[in-house]
Each structure stands twice: as structure tokens, then as C-alpha cells.
Design a protein around this ligand. Structure first.
Ligand SMILES: [Mg+2]
Length: 218
């Protein structure tokens, strides 16, 4: 799937790529509505119905990934709630082996995420993956979510990379599309970002179910 000799920079997404999206899905679809319902004196179903369209309307926007924004809007301490169920944070199968292999090879490895710094720190603390990266970039520091082409151009200014020899692995198709628009050549999607959900059909990009598929030749 990848000729590793052609790659000198690897950009890796965090949630749904390296980490099980089950944590985030459970957090936003179950735990936050439940806490919101308790606070507002609503039923869990009513809370879900009220929150769903709001969440939907914010997808792909930087605020969607901003814990401060949601803390303000929902009047809940979102960072504290994340910490409360942090036991669910998990690394996807074969990710650690892949990162160990990458570490032994010559490629520059950057974690590139839309996660807010608070969320990022919690996840790095829980998973101990931080030492595998040559740099960790949160889109909040650049002012654009990865779904925007501007993100990639600002990233390139901060962490110089060649478009033709860079590989991005990300479970979000809108992120892969913006990277493609910017000109990054090697793009791979993830067909099983959430261990508790069925495999997704991905048609626009080559997709891996787990990282064993990328280890040949590395
Ligand atoms: Mg992701």
C-alpha cells in the first residue's frame, strides 16, 4: 500500500486513527447528554434530541473541538467529565508496534490533531504515546481545523515537509480531502476507527483496518 522509501514525513491523526474513537463517541453521544440531562432536569432522550442538531451544526469547525466552547454552551466542566471516564481511552490494535517501527526508521513523525490541548494532554497521559512523535500539533494552535486547507499550509510553515513525500493517515474523509486539495500525495484512511462499531466502507481513499497493513517494508 505504501512504498516507505518514498516517504520522509508521516502525519498521524489521533482520535479514530491511533486511539479508539469509542471513547469520544461514548463521551459525546452518551455521557455528555446524560450529564446535561441531570443538570437541566431533562430525560436522557430529550437531552440527546436537544444536543444532536447542535453537535451536527458544529462538525468540522474549530469550536467543535474546543472544550472551553462546550463548557460555556452546556454549562458543564467538559475537561473534568473527560477525566471522569478516561479509563475508556484506548490505543487501537497494533498502533504501538507500528509506532515502534516508525521510531526505528528515518521518517519524521508528527501527531496532527484537532483535539484541544486539554484533551490531547489527557490522552497522552493515559496512553504514553508522546515519546513516539517528533512533534505534536493541535489545530487550535494554528487557528484552523484540519478540514481547512489553510491548516496544511500553516503546518508546512511551522514543520517543513514535502507534499510528494508526506503520508497522512486520518480517519476523517473531510480532513483527507482538505489535505488532498492542499497537495499531500500519500493519503490513507482508517476503516475501523471505533472498536465497537462495524467496519466502514471507504471508497475515496485507500483504507486500513489496522496498522499491520502498513508495516511491510517499514
Ligand atoms: Mg480522527
Amino acid at each position: 500500500m505504501i512504498n516507505w522509501k518514498e516517504i520522509d514525513t508521516v502525519l498521524l491523526d489521533m482520535d479514530g486513527t491511533l486511539l479508539d474513537l469509542n471513547f469520544d463517541n461514548h463521551f459525546w453521544k452518551e455521557f455528555v447528554p446524560l450529564k446535561f440531562a441531570e443538570k437541566q432536569g431533562l430525560s436522557a432522550t430529550a437531552a440527546k434530541q436537544q444536543l444532536e442538531p447542535h453537535f451536527k451544526s458544529m462538525e468540522g469547525k474549530l469550536e467543535w473541538y474546543c472544550l472551553d466552547y462546550w463548557s460555556e454552551i452546556l454549562q458543564l466542566d467538559i475537561a473534568a467529565l473527560k477525566a471522569e471516564i478516561s479509563g475508556l481511552i484506548a490505543v487501537l490494535p497494533h498502533v504501538t508496534e507500528f509506532l515502534e517501527k516508525l521510531q526505528q526508521s528515518s521518517q519524521k513523525v508528527l501527531l496532527v490533531t484537532n483535539a484541544h490541548r486539554d484533551s490531547l494532554e489527557l490522552k497522552m497521559e493515559k496512553t504514553c504515546l508522546q515519546p513516539f512523535f517528533d512533534g505534536i500539533i493541535s489545530s487550535h494552535d494554528l487557528g484552523f481545523a484540519k478540514e481547512h486547507v489553510q491548516f496544511w499550509s500553516l503546518l508546512q510553515q511551522q514543520q517543513p515537509f514535502e507534499k510528494h513525500s508526506t503520508l497522512l493517515i486520518d480517519d476523517s474523509l473531510s480532513v483527507l480531502n482538505s489535505a488532498r486539495l492542499f497537495g499531500i500525495v500519500h493519503l490513507i484512511s482508517v476503516s475501523k476507527p471505533d472498536s465497537k462499531q462495524p467496519k466502514k466502507n471507504v471508497s475515496d481513499f485507500p483504507a486500513i483496518e489496522d496498522f499491520r497493513e502498513l508495516m511491510a517494508g517499514l
